[in-house]
Design a protein around this ligand. Structure first.
Ligand SMILES: Cc1ncc(C[n+]2csc(CCOP(=O)(O)OP(=O)(O)O)c2C)c(N)n1
Ligand SMILES: [Mg+2]
Length: 481
């Protein structure tokens, strides 16, 4: 879990609460700079004060929150005529017209929501495409990072097969989503990944050595070897540490985004999630919170067709994920996740709206998980090889982007060969160094959660040491006890 984030973020929120508390008769006077955008509403229940622990014990006070800019008006019938007005119900949240017709809203529309793209399958620009200019420098960096991600996946996957690391999970087929979404953001935007987005971290400058250290769980790993491989995190790069329980990052993203809003930051939170993750309760809690709190967060759903062996047709009956946004009052778009320019354009626009209009945005990117779910899976047991080949060859996001970059005269065959050779060498070197680096000492297994480990943890540590001493051959000799 992202301990560093939880600590610094809760401190920010606590500071805000403290700033706003003026301890006079329960309700607090706003003591923040932009007081006009605060209302005296509690976070837990409108208009009612909530109990907050304070240094003087539990005090009755109110927590202020930003006033909604749209909630009271969004359902109003702005264009309704006098007679319509008479036929409407003045309901909390806005007026609702009456109708004598008993119409059930259809479970689906006749047409599926179209998918925004800029490049065709051959990497040629589609006429009248709506996309921001991408400079040669950015385009070449994007392509180079996509290739780096590909080679990193191949190399670590091989290392797992050789028994050098315990687990791995590739992003094959989703390189454009990884790199193009990262390119459209700034370093100040806080990333809350699911797990198939290491390219975002790569884009931000996490080195191949840092990736290798985490996968090998050595002393240089920021998580001190306590997480499975691929659970990266970086405070420096505003990348919240990956946690295995799916979708937990979504309500956290709503909270982080709200914190950015309170701090008046020109940044947003970006939470990635898979199609399978949208079935978790946290997905719905996260979206609803973000909508109601008008939090600047982008929910980026990678719909790659599969959640391990569960096909999307068994996951939901809606037209994918994009339509779920409206149910929560969130602006949404469906984009071709294998088109780097379309992803870049959609995320750039989403970021702009999220920050300047202070609202959440939902993006559904259609793509395909070309690899197995992870090294613990064999996807040929539940899907056709033809299907995999179609996406791997016919709809490959890296080939497609390369065609566009090359058609601009920005990339040559020679650059391609040099880049691939150089990345391969760097990776082999990083793996060798990571493998030779000492593992974290055993004490680290029990550190960093509590200031003073509770008695049950202390007992566990003693028991573990005794067990290792009794069975030294069953434990790695290079871990210092
Ligand atoms: C709360 C929770 N339930 C189940 C799992 C087991 N699990 C790990 S990955 C996964 C599939 C997720 O699929 P999806 O969200 O589509 O992401 P993808 O792997 O396709 O990128 C499941 C069910 C988990 N880690 N956490
Ligand atoms: Mg999936």
């Amino acid at each position: 879990m992202a301990i560093w984030w939880a600590r610094s973020s809760s401190r920010t929120i606590a500071n805000h609460i403290r700033k706003c508390m003026n301890y006079k008769g329960g309700f607090m006077e706003g003591a923040v700079a932009n007081q006009s955008c605060w209302s005296l509403l509690s976070l837990s229940h409108r208009g009612r004060p909530v109990s907050m622990p304070s240094s003087r014990g539990t005090a009755l006070c109110s927590v202020q929150r930003f006033k909604s800019t749209v909630a009271e008006t969004q359902l109003d019938l702005s264009s309704s005529s006098e007679s319509d007005e008479e036929q409407s119900l003045d309901f909390p949240g806005g007026k609702v017209t009456y109708t004598p017709e008993m119409n059930f809203i259809s479970e689906s529309s006749n047409k599926r929501v179209p998918c925004f793209r800029v490049l065709n399958d051959d990497g040629q620009l589609i006429m009248d495409s709506d996309f921001p200019q991408v400079s040669k420098e950015v385009a070449v960096k994007m392509y180079s990072k996509m290739v780096t991600l590909q080679i990193m996946d191949i190399t670590f996957y091989e290392a797992q097969r050789q028994g050098r690391i315990s687990f791995y999970l590739t992003s094959a087929g989703e390189e454009a989503i990884n790199i193009a979404s990262a390119a459209a953001l700034t370093e100040q935007d806080i990333i809350l990944p699911q797990y198939r987005e290491p390219g975002v971290l790569l884009w931000r400058g996490f080195t191949l050595q840092e990736f290798a250290n985490q996968c090998f769980g050595n002393k240089a790993d920021y998580g001190k070897g306590r997480q499975m491989p691929i659970h990266y995190g970086s405070k420096q790069h505003n990348f919240v540490t990956i946690s295995s329980p799916i979708a937990t990052q979504l309500p956290q993203a709503a909270g982080i985004a709200y914190s950015l809003k309170m701090d008046n930051k020109k940044a947003c939170a970006v939470a990635y999630i898979g199609d399978g993750g949208t079935s978790e309760g946290d997905f719905h809690a996260g979206l609803n919170f973000a909508a109601v709190m008008e939090a600047p967060v982008i929910f980026f759903c990678r719909n790659n067709g599969w959640a391990i062996s569960t096909h999307v047709s068994e996951q939901f009956r809606s037209d994918g994920i994009v339509v779920k946004g409206q149910g929560y009052g969130i602006r949404s778009i469906r984009v071709d996740g294998n088109d780097a320019l379309a992803v870049y354009a959609a995320v750039s626009a989403a970021r702009e709206m999220a920050i300047h209009e202070q609202r959440p945005i939902l993006i559904e990117a259609l793509t395909y998980r070309v690899g197995h779910h992870s090294t613990s899976d064999d996807s040929t047991k539940y899907r056709e090889l033809d299907e995999i080949d179609y996406w791997k060859m016919g709809r490959n996001p890296v080939h497609r982007f390369r065609n566009w970059v090359q058609s601009n005269g920005w990339w040559t065959e020679q650059q391609e060969t040099e880049l691939r050779n150089s990345i391969r060498k760097q990776l082999l070197q990083a793996i060798q160094v990571a493998e030779k680096t000492e593992n974290p000492p055993l004490t680290e297994l029990f550190s960093d959660v509590y200031d003073h480990p509770p008695s049950n943890l202390q007992e566990q540590e003693i028991q573990l040491r005794q067990t290792i001493n009794r069975h030294p051959n069953d434990y790695p000799c290079h871990v210092s006890v």
